[in-house]
Every structure is written in C-alpha cells, then in structure tokens.
Write a protein that binds this ligand. Structure first.
Ligand SMILES: Cc1cc2nc3c(=O)[nH]c(=O)nc-3n(C[C@H](O)[C@H](O)[C@H](O)COP(=O)(O)OP(=O)(O)OC[C@H]3O[C@@H](n4cnc5c(N)ncnc54)[C@H](O)[C@@H]3O)c2cc1C
Length: 495
C-alpha cells in the first residue's frame, strides 16, 4: 500500500518549518510530512558555515510572525537563526514529521484520483507517497554547488580557492592574505569577519554595491521588550521595521537620484577622509535595482578604516602562482581566494512535475500571486520577497494555503487550480538584475503583468489580498470532492 498524506511539504528550511507550523495549527487532524533532501533542518542556515555568516535583514521580520525573536541582536548570526528554526520545529513536534535524506525528484498529478504521487530517493531506493496537497518550500538555489566563474590560471595558483557555500572546516587563514571576490551580502559579511585573523583581506569587486550600516541591536525593540514582553514588542517592532523598509524601498523607486546622493553621503561619513567613494561604493544602477546590502555596526567600514581590509574595483585577468593579476595590470597577493560570486539558482528543487500525463515546463508557467502555478492543481510554493525579509511572504503564503484548504472543505471541493486567460504577459518572478538571477530566469515561472498573476512586492498590500482577498476569483477553478462527482468524471466548476 502506498502511504497517503493530506499535505506533503518539500524542504525543512525556514519556509518548510513555518509551513508545517501553520498546517499543524490550522488542521491538527490532518496528516503531513516534510521531505528534506539533506540530513538536517535549517536549509540555508545549516548549509552556510563561512566566518561571520549572518542575516542581512532584521530578525523581527526574518523571524516567523507566530514566534517572537527574543535575542538582543536583531541582525543575527547563522547559528542563532539555525537554533531558532530547530526550536520552532521541536516546539510543535514538527521535527518528528521530517523525513531526512528524502530528495524529491518527481511530482505527478492525476485528476482522476485528485492526488499527487511523489517520488523521493532514499537509501538507494525510490520512496513513493501520495498526497492531496503539495507545498514546495525548497528554496531557490542549488545546494550541491554555488556559482563560481572560471578564471584563467587557476592551476597556476599556489594558494587555496574556496566557495562560501562549501566552507572547508580545516581552512586556517591566520596571518594570510585573503582576497574575497564579490560585492554582495556574502562578501561584505566575510571581509570584516576574516579581517580579525588574516594578515589582510581585500574585497575584489567588478561592480560596487550600495551598502548601509545598521545597529546590530535594535535599542527600541530591546527596551520595549522589557516593558510589554516578548510577544507585543515583537509585533510592534515587526511593523516598525516593515514600514521603515517599505519607505526606504519606495523612496529609492520614486526618487533614485536623491537616494543615491543620500546613501553616498552616509557612506562618505563611514570611511576615512579622502577615500575614493565614487570608485568603490558608487554602483552604476539605482538603489534597490539590486538588493541593498546591510552591514551591522559599520563592521565593513571599520575594517577598511583600520587598514585590515581594503576594496579594489577592477576585473580579473588571471590567477598567478602568488595571487590575482588584474586587468589594470596590478597584482593582488593572495594565499586564499574566496569566490563569493553567488548562487546557482534552481526552481522547485529540480523536481520534474507532470500533470495528467503531460510534463510541466516550469519556465513557461505563470505564477498566481507569486505562490501558486497556473494549470497546476493543489500546489503552492514559497519564494520570499527580494526587497524585504523572506519570511514576511512565507508566513502569508502559509496563511493563504490554510484559507484555501478551509475553503475547499467548506464547499466540498477536492481540487483548486488557477488558470490564466490567454494573453497575459509574463514578467520575471525574481525581479532583480543581479547576474546570477538573470542567468536562471528562464527556468523559473513568470509572474503576470496584471492581478491576480502579478507578483506582490509590498507586504502590507499582500497582507490584505492574501489574508482577506477573495479565494474564488475569476482565475480560480474548483472541482468537487471525488465522492461528490458525477460518475462521468471530474466536474470543473469555475467560480
Ligand atoms: C547566505 C544567505 C543569507 C541570507 N540572508 C537572508 C536574510 O538576511 N534575509 C532574507 O530575507 N533572506 C536571506 N536569504 C535568503 C534565504 O535563503 C531565505 O531567507 C530563507 O532562508 C529561505 O528559506 P527556505 O526554507 O525557503 O529555503 P532554504 O533555506 O533554501 O531551504 C530549502 C530546503 O529545501 C530542501 N530541498 C531543496 N530541494 C529539495 C528536494 N527536491 N527535495 C527535498 N528537499 C529539498 C533543501 O535541502 C533545504 O533544506 C539568505 C540566503 C543566503 C544564501
């Protein structure tokens, strides 16, 4: 007998554990399991082990709405975030529902049974289960390998090349010259973290990034917590941060020139007098065209100011025995080269979807409100915001999923499927111009250019539409539960 579950969640990262919490709370009697490819909880926050690994958003918004973040630090280190996810899983008994080492490879929908058949690999065998509802929380990138451009002369280099996604436990960089290639969130985290022990750390970037400093501790949150307790202070601080971040984002969208000047002014104040801010900290794009980088307590700027770290803006010609030769002709000495050059994106954990015998080409699907897929029944996925904390969206998607499952029950429906009308134009689901995102966009679903297919990028607006908006809009189609169907098969009921 094939095991049957009401809900199958794919991925035991921040999103998957949150999803399991919502399902368990809303439907205590339903059966569910979390299939996890790795042998650990935490996803990103377990995988990345590089020095200084931390969030680059505040934990009041990266934390779950239902579980207050109580540490004093709002910009938290990786191990604390991992502990938070593990504690959430343990508190709800979710950890007992996780099936580790179960990478899901295939998901096959059959309308005649109104079920998904899921195949996962485990111990060299294929494990098969069926489920009513499939909830994909598999993140957005390939776990096995990060993005590492090929540089000429790699074989000539006498030192060590490491990627932040596969940090070697035995790497000792004490007293060594380190070059970190990249200018994104990982690079700006690594540079000050490694500067303490290394002889010198150079951040080698092709293109500068906007970098803002924020106190690692939120004095307001910490003071308020003492007065009104964890839960109330968490809710208030969460909204304060949502509104602050939305305001900054909107200002950057509407007044890019003013915001460019404003950020430049802040950066000049952070750096030693005479520092060439325009070469190293003036990106050619507008703020928030790519993710803005946050550094806690000015740590990157302090490392540069002390001389322990520096920034070089140039292009790599090749690696040499002793370092990196740049196109300008300069050579950077290096014992260790860290390629903080990004991720390899992967949609839905590489799972092959089939609906009623037809394989699904994910790149040509349209996403409904950035969480369901056109033509794919009883399915939802979590991809968080790119302009705000991931979990803000993840929580809302789970709330919507619970609303939808309740709606199905109340109307005796067994199946829902959003169906796009012809002629809706597709826009990128990940609305970002970073190179590693652009390279993979074709493999991701598209977002539509009009509602309900448009991707919401505003938490307050999404909160209204996902928590309170109509479930049975024009795009959504429902089918009665199998037991209630006519004998001649499925009966599609447009809303
Ligand atoms: C270094 C780093 C720092 C970040 N910092 C922030 C931040 O500060 N703020 C922010 O908002 N976002 C940040 N992000 C984005 C971050 O990925 C999300 O915040 C969040 O951790 C994503 O959680 P997730 O559970 O959706 O995905 P993941 O953390 O990627 O977890 C996905 C899980 O699914 C599993 N999985 C994948 N495919 C399959 C499969 N086929 N079968 C079974 N299991 C599968 C994986 O093994 C993994 O455990 C950061 C990302 C990185 C890489």
């Amino acid at each position: 007998m094939t095991e049957h579950l009401n809900v199958l969640i794919i991925g035991a990262g921040l999103s998957g554990i949150g999803a399991a919490h919502h399902i368990r709370e809303a439907f205590p009697n339903r059966t569910y399991a979390v299939f996890e490819a790795r042998d650990a909880i935490g996803g990103t926050w377990d995988l990345f082990r590089y020095p200084g690994v931390r969030s680059d958003s505040d934990m009041q918004t990266l934390g779950y709405r239902f579980r207050p973040w109580t540490d004093a630090k709002a910009i938290a280190d990786g191990p604390s975030i991992l502990r938070y996810i593990r504690d959430t899983a343990a508190a709800g008994g979710i950890d007992k529902h996780i099936r580790y080492d179960h990478p899901v490879t295939r998901a096959t929908w059959d309308s005649s049974t109104a079920r998904w058949t899921i195949e996962a690999e485990h111990g060299g065998e294929i494990v098969t289960v069926t489920c009513d509802f499939l909830y994909c929380c598999s993140g957005y990138y390939r776990y096995g390998q990060g993005h590492a451009p090929e540089f000429d002369g790699v074989d000539d280099f006498d030192g060590r090349i490491v990627h932040p996604q596969a940090w070697p436990e035995d790497l000792d960089y004490t007293g060594k010259n380190v070059v970190v290639i990249g200018s994104g969130a990982t690079a700006v985290t690594l540079v000050p973290a490694m500067a303490d022990r290394a002889a010198h750390v150079t951040m080698l970037q092709r293109t500068p990034t906007y970098i803002l400093s924020q106190p690692s501790q939120d004095a307001f949150a910490n003071a308020l917590r003492k007065i009104v307790g964890n839960r109330i202070s968490y809710g208030i601080t969460r909204w304060k941060n949502v509104l602050r971040d939305t305001l900054v984002y909107q200002l950057c969208q509407r007044y890019p020139d003013t915001m460019r000047k404003f950020i430049r002014g802040l950066t000049i104040k952070e750096l030693p007098e005479g520092f060439d801010v325009d070469t190293h900290f003036k990106p050619p794009y507008n703020p928030w065209d790519q993710r803005l980088c946050l550094v806690p307590d000015s740590d990157l700027f302090k490392a540069i100011g002390s001389g322990d770290a520096s920034v070089v803006t140039d292009r790599i010609d090749r690696l040499t025995a002793k370092g990196i030769l740049l196109e300008s002709g300069a050579e950077l000495p290096a014992d260790v080269v860290v390629t903080a050059t990004g991720l390899k994106l992967l949609a839905f954990g590489g799972i092959q979807f089939t609906v009623d015998g037809t394989p699904v080409d994910i790149g040509s699907t349209l996403s409904y409100k950035g969480m369901l897929l056109g033509g794919i029944p009883n399915f939802a996925f979590t991809v968080g915001y790119t302009n705000a904390s991931w979990t803000l969206k993840a929580d809302l998607v789970s709330e919507y999923v619970c609303r939808m499952l309740r709606y199905l029950d109340e109307h005796d429906y067994g199946t829902f499927v959003p169906q796009p009308e012809p002629g809706i134009e597709g826009a990128p689901l990940l609305n970002f111009s970073a190179g590693y995102v652009l390279r993979a966009l074709d493999e991701f679903p598209k977002a539509g250019t009009r509602a309900p297919w448009r991707l919401g990028m505003n938490y307050a607006q999404d909160l209204l539409t996902l928590r309170h908006g109509r479930i049975n809009d024009k795009a959504m189609h429902f089918t009665k539960k199998l037991s209630d169907r006519n004998t001649d098969g499925a009966e599609a009921l447009p809303a």
